[in-house]
Design a protein around this ligand. Structure first.
Ligand code: ZN
Length: 79
């Protein structure tokens, strides 16, 4: 199942328990990192460019339902 992506006017809602605020999101992303190493060889990522990103699953923190989210309007959004 494909997870619907929230937009500027919509948000996720768990269809089982109604949770609106807490989810575990499994995300696959392809990124380019600018790694800057100090003289001791300790690496630090100073820039990160996301080339592509896919949400693989969304799990509700309240009831553990996986991919049972729907989109609802955000408060104040015109529908
Ligand atoms: Zn839930």
């Amino acid at each position: 199942m494909t997870v619907p992506l929230p937009t500027a006017t919509t948000r996720w809602r768990c269809t089982l328990c109604g949770n609106l605020t807490r989810f575990d999101v499994t995300r696959a992303s392809k990124v380019v990192e600018y790694v800057h190493l100090d003289l001791a060889g300790e690496p630090k990522v100073e820039e990160r460019e996301v080339l592509s990103e896919t949400i693989e699953s969304v799990r509700c923190r309240w009831c553990n339902a996986v991919d049972q989210v729907e989109l609802v309007d955000r408060p104040g959004a015109d529908s």
